[in-house]
Ligand binder design. Structure first.
Ligand SMILES: C[S@@+](CC[C@H](N)C(=O)[O-])C[C@H]1O[C@@H](n2cnc3c(N)ncnc32)[C@H](O)[C@@H]1O
Length: 280
């Protein structure tokens, strides 16, 4: 998918335990926006690809007859199962450990396929073709991601912002100057060419919906540590024996920035883009 980089199973190894605490949620109301646009129903089936700890699949499960989440990381699948059980959704959700490249895997026909900040990790030809064939005519592919076109400042909020640039610098001191991803490096990041790739696979669209954020959030030092270890580029295994030393230094940095251990943040807006397969 990215020249010179090879996907491997350690991409998100060890991040699952930190993911739900560390990552900012999608903007409140995101699930409702998706459901209203798609008019989902009790007989509808949803496939959540790269489901992580169940972020999208669990929030949409109450509106669907069945949700199947797939992810190659065993920690993520375990977290998704726990979340769905805790939310009383075990009877209508299934979480399977597998790569998107191994679809369709006998999973049948779906009305909706979702990708929550996961598509950029997948093969650009194999995966769109596979999910296109799994969707019913007039079915929807939904791409959900943090909206990048806004300035989020903590001006006027009670606590300082988490020092993202200093954290990145510290990560680089430990892991080297090139962005790490699994066993390789991604000097130029992941691709962002979904529009062209999905058009090539025969999808129509996208329709774009922005779910506005902006709410005040308060984050603790533990949340920021969890955020750091939730990133593929700072996954715990990458630090090897230096993991505890890194965490101690990260906490020192955070306490210097905010002696109270609290940080302010604004809820990011969420971008929902929807593509459709042709009607019969
Ligand atoms: C940034 S997380 C997003 C998790 C969740 N969808 C969300 O919106 O919070 C990306 C997820 O994609 C998964 N992933 C990476 N490569 C994948 C692949 N080739 N097939 C399926 N899932 C993959 C990772 O294991 C990880 O759980």
């Amino acid at each position: 998918m990215t020249a010179g980089w090879q996907w491997d199973e350690t991409l998100f190894a060890g991040t699952a335990a930190f993911y739900r605490r560390g990552r900012l949620p999608y903007a409140p109301g995101t699930a409702e926006v998706i459901v209203n646009v798609l008019t989902a129903g009790r007989t509808s089936r949803l496939l959540d690809v790269g489901c992580g700890p169940g972020t999208i699949g669990v929030s949409l499960a109450p509106f669907f007859g069945e949700v199947v989440g797939i992810d190659p990381d065993p920690g993520m699948i375990a977290e998704a199962e726990l979340w769905a059980d805790g939310a009383g959704l075990a009877d209508r959700t299934r979480w399977l450990r597998m790569r998107a490249e191994d679809l369709p895997a006998g999973l049948g026909r779906f009305d909706v396929v979702t990708f929550g900040q996961s598509f950029h990790w997948m093969d650009r030809d194999i995966v769109p073709a596979a999910v296109h064939a799994m969707l019913r005519p007039g079915g929807a592919l939904v791409h959900i991601a943090e909206w990048r076109n806004e300035l989020r400042t903590v001006e006027g909020l009670p606590h300082p912002a988490a020092p993202a640039v200093a954290i990145e610098k510290l990560v680089r001191q430990y892991l080297g100057p090139l962005r790490r991803a699994g066993q390789g490096t991604l000097p130029h990041g992941t691709p962002g060419d979904e529009v062209a790739v999905l058009a090539r696979a025969g999808f129509e669209g996208p329709d774009q919906h922005i779910v506005r954020g902006g709410q005040q959030l308060v984050r603790t030092e533990d949340d920021i540590v969890a955020w750091t270890f939730s990133l593929s580029s700072a996954a715990p295994h990458l630090f090897g024996e230096q993991r505890d030393a890194f965490e101690a230094e990260l906490r020192r940095l955070l306490r210097e920035e905010s002696p109270s251990g609290l940080f302010s943040e604004r809820q990011p807006s969420t971008e929902v883009r929807i593509w459709y397969t042709e009607e019969d």
